[in-house]
Design a protein around this ligand. Structure first.
Ligand SMILES: [Fe+2]
Ligand SMILES: [Fe+2]
Length: 244
């Protein structure tokens, strides 16, 4: 595609399923590593089993994403075949593991669940509806792993290091483009019918999920979300996205 050409709806749809394929393949590896580390850390077997199951789920999700990518005319698909841990290797394992679980489960999977639920109603085909339903059902469990881990780890791990890091983690999981104006073609309402959340709605769901699920979830489990709350307020105000 030349640079000046506006991407078609199908380009945006294929691009989204292709990006999801990468995310699912990466998530499968991350959960596989988390399962081993949770066991090694002495976490309850129920938590490592959730992570093992999540790793298998993500492989199945990737296959669905590939199917929709091809159906939308996508050609070049690339998966992720190895992952670099989010946390610095210099930290002690309790902090590293906690950071990893929070980034993957409490942030990424909670947001993914919210997006999928948003998509369920608008999906145009039964096949898409069924897949979105399957994905949403699984992602709920993947996010639950994070919240259950925090509840278990609370008396064992000092969470005070997390609060100041949350703004960077939240920003990183959203991607910088979410607070920018919609790229060409990315805000079309018809995208919803094909399993893609239009840009502005995606941002709205993202912010609402932070405010109604993620931040209160952290606070109820002893993780200070004050810095993340003020980061969000400032980001929305800088982007002139706070309703007047
Ligand atoms: Fe997934
Ligand atoms: Fe997931």
């Amino acid at each position: 595609m030349s640079e000046s050409k506006v991407p078609s709806l199908q380009d945006v749809v294929a691009g989204t399923w292709g990006a999801r394929y990468r995310i699912e393949t990466e998530a499968s590896l991350r959960f596989g590593a988390l399962a081993r580390r949770l066991d090694a850390f002495g976490a309850p077997r129920a938590l490592s089993e959730l992570a093992e199951r999540a790793s298998r789920d993500e492989t199945r999700h990737a296959a669905h994403c590939e199917r929709f990518f091809r159906a939308a005319g996508g050609q070049q698909l690339t998966g992720v075949d190895h992952v670099v841990e989010y946390a610095p290797a210099s930290w002690a394992e309790p902090q590293r593991l906690t950071y990893e679980v929070v980034a993957q489960s409490c942030l990424a999977e909670t947001q993914s669940t919210a997006s999928l639920v948003t998509l369920l109603e608008g999906a145009e085909s039964q096949e898409l509806k069924a897949v979105l339903h399957e994905l949403a059902r699984d992602e709920v469990h993947h996010s639950r792993l994070g919240w259950a881990y925090l509840a278990w780890a609370r008396p064992r791990v000092d969470f005070s290091f997390l609060g100041p890091l949350l703004p960077g983690m939240v920003a990183g999981s959203a991607g910088p483009e979410i607070f920018k104006p919609a790229p060409e073609g990315a805000d079309h309402p018809d995208l919803l019918r094909q399993g893609v959340v239009p840009h502005s709605l995606r941002r709205q769901v993202y912010v609402e999920t932070l405010e109604s699920v993620v931040f209160p979830g952290f606070e109820s489990l002893g993780v200070d979300a004050a810095a993340a709350r003020s980061w969000l307020g400032k980001t929305l105000s800088d982007a002139r996205l706070i309703p007047g």
